[in-house]
Write a protein that binds this ligand. Structure first.
Ligand code: F6R
Length: 626
C-alpha cells in the first residue's frame, strides 16, 4: 500500500553513479508491487525542488522523466501510490508540494483528521490542488516551517510539530529546498526502514527499496522521526527525545527479487516453493526429531498453560491459518479459532493471559492484523507472529516471531508465502505438542520426515504441470469456476478461488464440500467447472468417500469436474473429466501439495487472458490501511 523511497548521497557516491534520481527510481521499481495507481519523484537541486509525477504504472513516470528530464541531484524521494483519498490521477499523485513549491512530501497511510486540518489551513489562505490527505500534511509541514519556525527552523523540527497534530497512520517523507542535504521521515503505524550505506543513506517502505545498495538496515519504532543525510542518521520521537533504531542484516538476495527468466514474479514465486518450504524447515529440528524453536522467546511454562489459540490474519494468510487450525487441534488438542483480523477486535472477543494469539502475515505490516495483535496484547494474550519480513512491525510488536523463509514475495497474489506460512504453522503446532506432551516424540519425528519430503514433491508437481496449463488456457473465457474441499481441502478450495478472482478477474468461489447441498449446489448448471480437492484415500476413509460422493453430486447436475487427488487414487477417475494427481502425503500435510496446481491454473489462465499477473487491478501487496 504505497511504496516510499528516500535517498541522500555525497558527491563521491554520485561520481560512482549513484544519482538520487536513479536510486529512487530503482527503489520504486522494486516497491511497485505496493501500489501502482501513480508514481512520482522529487529531487533537491540548484536551490529548488524538481518534481515529476504521473498516474498509472511506474513506466508512465519513466516516460515523463525521459520527456521532461530533471536535474542531477544528491537528495531525492519517490512514491508509488495505492489510492485512498482521491482518484488515481496525475493531480492526486505524490509528491505534494507546499511552501511555495520549496517543500515536497510523500505519504503512505491515512491521515484521519485531514478534513479538520484542511479547514484550518484554508482559513490561513492556503490553497489545495488535489483531493488527498497528503497535500494537507504537506501544507501543515510547510506552514509550520515557514510561519512558526521562521528561517532558523529545521525541517526535522517542522516534521515533529506537524506529527504532533496528525492522527491516523502515516509514513511521511519530506525534502526542502532550503535544506538540500537531508530527507526527513516520520512513521506512525505505517512501515519505514532505514538503509545504511557509506557516504549515502536510504529510506524505504521495506528493504527492497534499497536492496541493490546495502544489506544494513535499521528498524524504526512507533512514532519516530528520522533525519538522514549522506553521513548521518538521527532518530528521535515526535517530541525530539533521542531514540535508537535496531540495526539488522538483510539476508534477502537482490537476485531473489528478480524474475529469473520467468514471465512473471508470480510464476517465479510458484517455482520458488520447494525452496520456500525447505528454508522454513531448515535448522528447526535436531536429528532426534526434536523441534528447537529457540527463537520463540516465550517462556515454555507459559505456553504449557495456553488453553485457547486464536489465529489472526487476512486473505491468503487467513487460509493458512485455517490449515493451521486442523493441524494444531489434531496434534495439541488445544481449541483453536481462526479469525479475520479486521473482524476480531470489533466483537469484544474473549481473550486472557491463557490465550495464545498467532498472527500470520507475509508483510508483517497488514494494518488489520497489526491492530488485532495490539488489541490481543492489551487483553493480556501471548502473541506469536508468523511472518516473512524481517524488521516489520507485527513481529516487532509480538512476544515472539517464527519467521517464514520464503524470500521476497513481489507478485501481489501470494503463493510461496502461503506454503511457507502453512509450514511454519505446522512447526509451531508440533512444538506446542512436544512441549505439552500431547504426542509421542516418534510421531513428531515422522511428521518432520514427511515434511522434509514435501519440497521434492512440489517440484514433481511443477515439472508435470503441462496438462493443467493446457486446461487453464482452454478455460480463459469461463465466467465462473467453483472450488470444493473438505477438512484441510476446504482452505485450499478457498485459496484456489481467491487466486483466480484476484488475477484472472473470474468469478470464483470456494466451498466446504459438505456445505454444497445447503444452497450452493443451485449454482451448478450444465458445464459449470468445479475443481474438487480430494483428501488422501489412505487417511480417514469416511473423509475421502464423502468427497467422492460430493463429486458425484455435482457431476449428476451437469458440472464439469476437475479433480485434484493423490497419486494412485483410482476411485475418482470415473467421476472426473480430468484428474490432476499430486504425490502421496499424509492428509494434514496435503495443502502443501494440492494448492500448487490451483496456483498454476490461475497464473496460466490470467496470462492467457493477457492480464498483468503480478499487478492485478485495484490491489496492492501490503495493505497498510484499515
Ligand atoms: C492474496 C493476498 C492477500 C494477503 C493479505 C494479507 O493473494 O496476497 O490476501 O494474503 O492481504 O497480507 P499479509 O500476509 O502481508 O498480512
Amino acid at each position: 500500500m504505497c511504496g516510499i523511497v528516500g535517498y541522500v548521497g555525497n558527491s563521491s557516491r554520485k561520481a560512482a553513479g549513484h544519482s538520487a534520481l536513479d536510486v529512487v527510481v530503482e527503489g520504486l521499481r522494486r516497491l511497485e508491487y505496493r501500489g501502482y495507481d501513480s508514481a512520482g519523484v522529487a529531487v533537491v537541486a540548484d536551490g529548488t525542488i524538481s518534481s515529476r509525477k504521473k498516474s498509472g504504472k511506474l513506466s508512465n513516470l519513466i516516460g515523463e522523466l525521459e520527456a521532461n528530464p530533471i536535474p542531477e541531484s544528491l537528495t531525492g524521494i519517490g512514491h508509488t501510490r495505492w489510492a485512498t483519498h482521491g482518484g488515481p490521477t496525475d493531480r492526486n499523485a505524490h509528491p505534494h508540494l507546499s511552501d511555495g513549491g520549496r517543500l515536497a512530501v510523500i505519504h503512505n497511510g491515512i491521515i484521519e483528521n485531514f478534513a479538520e486540518l484542511k479547514q484550518e489551513l484554508l482559513g490561513k489562505g492556503v490553497t489545495f490542488e488535489s483531493e488527498t490527505d497528503t497535500e494537507v500534511a504537506a501544507a501543515l509541514i510547510g506552514d509550520i516551517f515557514r510561519t512558526q519556525l521562521n528561517d532558523g527552523g529545521s525541517l526535522t523540527e517542522a516534521m515533529r510539530l506537524a506529527c504532533q497534530r496528525l492522527e491516523g497512520a502515516f509514513t511521511l517523507l519530506a525534502v526542502h529546498a532550503d535544506q538540500p542535504d537531508v530527507v526527513v521521515a516520520a512513521r506512525r503505524n505505517s512501515p519505514l526502514v532505514v538503509g545504511l550505506g557509506e557516504g549515502e543513506n536510504f529510506l524505504g517502505s521495506d528493504v527492497s527499496g534499497f536492496i541493490d545498495y546495502t544489506r544494513r538496515a535499521v528498524e524504526l519504532g512507533q512514532d519516530q522521526i528520522v533525519t538522514i543525510s549522506a553521513d548521518s542518521v538521527e532518530i528521535t520521537d515526535f517530541f525530539g527525545a533521542p531514540a535508537e533504531g535496531k540495526e539488522y542484516h538483510v539476508d534477502w538476495d537482490p537476485a531473489s527479487a528478480e524474475k529469473g527468466g520467468f514471465n512473471s514474479f508470480m510464476e517465479k514465486e510458484i517455482h520458488d516453493q520447494p525452496d520456500a518450504v525447505a528454508q522454513t524447515l531448515l535448522g528447526r529440528s535436531d536429528l532426534d526429531g526434536k523441534l528447537t524453536l529457540d527463537e520463540l522467546r516465550i517462556d515454555p511454562e507459559l505456553l504449557k498453560q495456553v488453553n485457547k489459540i486464536i489465529v489472526l490474519a487476512c486473505g491468503t494468510a487467513a487460509y493458512a491459518g485455517l490449515v493451521a487450525k486442523y493441524a494444531i487441534e489434531n496434534w495439541c488438542r488445544i481449541p483453536t479459532e481462526v479469525e479475520l483480523a479486521h473482524e476480531f477486535r470489533y466483537r469484544d472477543p474473549i481473550v486472557d493471559s491463557n490465550t495464545l494469539v498467532v498472527s500470520i502475515s507475509q508483510s508483517g505490516e497488514t494494518m488489520d492484523t497489526l491492530m488485532a495483535v495490539r488489541y490481543a496484547r492489551e487483553q493480556g494474550a501471548k502473541t506469536i507472529s508468523i511472518c516473512n519480513t524481517n524488521g516489520s512491525t507485527i513481529p516487532r510488536e509480538s512476544d515472539a516471531v517464527l519467521y517464514t523463509h520464503a524470500g521476497p514475495e513481489i507478485a501481489v497474489a501470494s503463493t510461496k508465502a502461503f506454503l511457507a506460512q502453512i509450514t511454519a504453522a505446522y512447526l509451531l503446532g508440533l512444538y506446542l505438542a512436544q512441549l505439552r506432551g500431547n504426542i509421542f516424540s516418534g510421531q513428531i519425528k515422522d511428521v518432520l520426515a514427511d515434511l522434509s519430503k514435501i519440497p521434492a514433491k512440489i517440484q514433481h508437481i511443477l515439472d508435470n504441470a503441462g496438462p493443467l496449463r493446457e486446461l487453464a488456457r482452454s478455460m480463459k473465457d469461463e465466467k465462473s469456476v467453483l472450488f470444493l474441499g473438505r477438512h484441510v481441502g476446504y482452505p485450499v478450495a478457498l485459496e484456489g478461488a481467491l487466486k483466480l478472482k484476484e488475477i484472472a478477474y473470474i468469478h470464483a468461489e470456494g466451498f466446504a464440500a459438505g456445505e454444497l447441498k445447503h444452497g450452493p449446489i443451485a449454482l451448478i448448471d450444465d458445464g459449470q467447472p468445479v475443481f474438487v480437492v480430494v483428501p488422501s484415500p489412505r487417511g480417514r476413509d469416511s473423509l475421502h468417500s464423502k468427497v467422492v460422493s460430493n463429486i458425484q453430486e455435482v457431476r449428476a447436475r451437469g458440472a464439469r469436474t476437475l479433480v485434484i487427488a493423490e497419486e494412485g487414487d483410482e476411485s475418482v477417475k470415473d467421476y472426473a473429466e480430468q484428474v490432476f494427481y499430486v504425490p502421496e502425503t499424509p492428509t494434514l500435510l496435503m495443502p502443501l501439495l494440492t494448492t500448487v496446481p490451483l496456483q498454476i491454473f490461475a497464473a496460466e489462465l490470467a496470462g492467457a487472458k493477457g492480464y498483468d499477473v503480478d499487478q492485478p487491478r485495484n490491489l496492492a501487496k501490503s495493505v497498510t490501511v484499515e
